[in-house]
Design a protein around this ligand. Structure first.
Ligand code: ATP
Ligand code: MG
Length: 403
């Protein structure tokens, strides 16, 4: 592997991150970059100098995998492959620029390319200012490549020249995912099912810098080992972006059967949902999660009408984050495709909720009636919930592991 570029300049959105927060943001970003690069062939150093982050290859490395890994790090706005040189005077810089254009773009008469030089001098002791650099380097380029021309509005090549301790050249900015580095905004508990929606919901909240724990409710033997594995697989795909995920697997069978025995069947889904919320809240409180996350979206199914959402919401005092609330299915499917969860989500393994659904679930649950139905569970429900929480299985899901 002989790569032309040995370094990447990492751009991040700087708006709103000032003072102490900026420091935390950058530290978290460096940490997440290092984590993401662990899985790439090659060894790298990640350094932070004067408000910039650079990734330098220390060995041979896989260029495409490196770019792909960096594209999964929240907080990165752009990835710029750079070449750098020591400052040895303007004529050395001119040669370097000409060589760069030759190596990367092979300009010739058959494909006339337009360009613009965007120089930035962050070292005031450099003898030329940015305007002078733009003009003089522009002249050098025009002279060396008669086929090239200047276009200051929409150039084919935007040649960035940065005068720092060293001089950096780059002309490509590969878009990153944006957002904030995971770990800069606390932690929340994702209710992760095997469906299409909840993995996307987790991704979106993680993109705001929130670390994600997850909880999955299964109902063996009504749901299979394979259905559980599917959820672990989904968590693993999300962990590409979020880092390791602590996945709590709750055996929900006894609770579901008990509700099924005691409560009106048209209310089953809502009451089950409410117990999911309660259990998720208990685990969240034990693990410093500051909110719950679900994949709910208004009107998608009977249990997601405004009345049903209100009834579900009431079961917990934690904030419930529903990033997909205003999305329609097509939009969610498209996001699932982009983040890579769709193919796994559509595998046909049963969900614990589908087994116990009524033919005609209520779409406008009456809060008083729901509460009344739940009093029928008084005798055993507390013990069942306690057992479910204390008997939970914890799987730490990492991207690198194969199970
Ligand atoms: P998804 O595609 O995420 O499964 P859905 O469209 O199937 O969502 P519901 O089945 O109504 O919708 O579930 C709504 C939300 O409740 C899910 O997005 C998820 O956050 C949570 N949820 C549902 N079932 C489970 C489960 N078995 N374990 C954990 N969370 C669940
Ligand atoms: Mg579902």
């Amino acid at each position: 592997m002989d790569n032309y570029y040995q370094s990447f300049l990492i751009k991040y959105a700087e708006i709103g991150i000032k003072g102490k927060n900026r420091h935390l943001f950058e530290e978290a970003l460096v940490r997440q970059i290092k984590f993401a690069l662990k899985k790439v062939a090659g060894s790298f150093s990640v350094r932070r100098t004067s408000g910039r982050i650079y990734v330098d290859a220390q060995t041979d490395f896989d260029y495409d995998d490196t770019v792909m890994a960096l594209k999964s790090v929240f907080g990165i706005a752009g990835i710029c492959p750079v070449v750098s040189m020591a400052d040895e005077g303007f004529s050395e810089l001119s040669n370097f620029v000409v060589k760069f254009l030759n190596d990367v773009y092979h300009p010739d008469a058959k494909k006339p390319l337009s360009f613009k030089v965007a120089a930035r001098r962050s070292r005031k002791d450099y003898p030329l200012d940015s305007m002078e650099l733009n003009a003089k380097l522009g002249a050098v380029i025009l002279e060396s490549f008669p086929s090239m021309r200047v276009d200051v509005h929409k150039p084919d090549i935007m040649l960035h020249v940065e005068i720092r301790e060293k001089i950096n050249l780059y002309s490509e900015i590969i878009p990153g995912p944006g957002g904030m580095p995971v770990g800069t905004n606390g932690k929340a508990m994702l209710l992760l099912s095997g469906g299409i929606d909840s993995p996307v919901a987790g991704y979106m909240i993680a993109k705001r810098g929130v670390k994600i724990d997850a909880v999955y409710f299964h109902a063996p033997p009504y749901t299979s080992e394979r259905a559980k594995q599917k959820v672990i697989d989904l968590a693993r795909i999300i962990s590409r972006y979020t880092g390791p995920i602590y996945l709590n697997i709750i055996n929900f069978t006894d609770i579901q059967l008990y509700i099924y025995d005691q409560c009106p069947h048209e209310e089953l889904t809502i009451i089950m949902r409410r117990y999911m919320m309660r259990i998720a809240e208990q685990i969240a409180n034990q693990t410093e999660c500051l909110g719950l996350i679900t994949g709910e979206s208004i009107g998608q199914v009977a249990s997601q009408t405004l009345k049903s959402l209100a009834a579900t919401n009431e079961a917990t005092s934690l904030p419930v984050y529903r990033p997909l609330i205003g999305f329609d299915k097509m939009e969610i499917v498209s996001l699932a495709g982009q983040i890579g969860t769709y193919e796994t989500s559509i595998q046909p393994y049963e969900d614990c909720c589908t087994i116990f659904v009524a033919k005609h679930p209520v779409t406008k649950p009456n809060p008083k009636r729901i509460l009344r139905s739940e009093t029928r569970l008084a005798e055993r429900i507390e013990g069942l919930v306690e057992n479910a929480v204390s008997g939970r299985e914890l799987v730490i899901v990492r991207e690198l592991e194969e199970t």
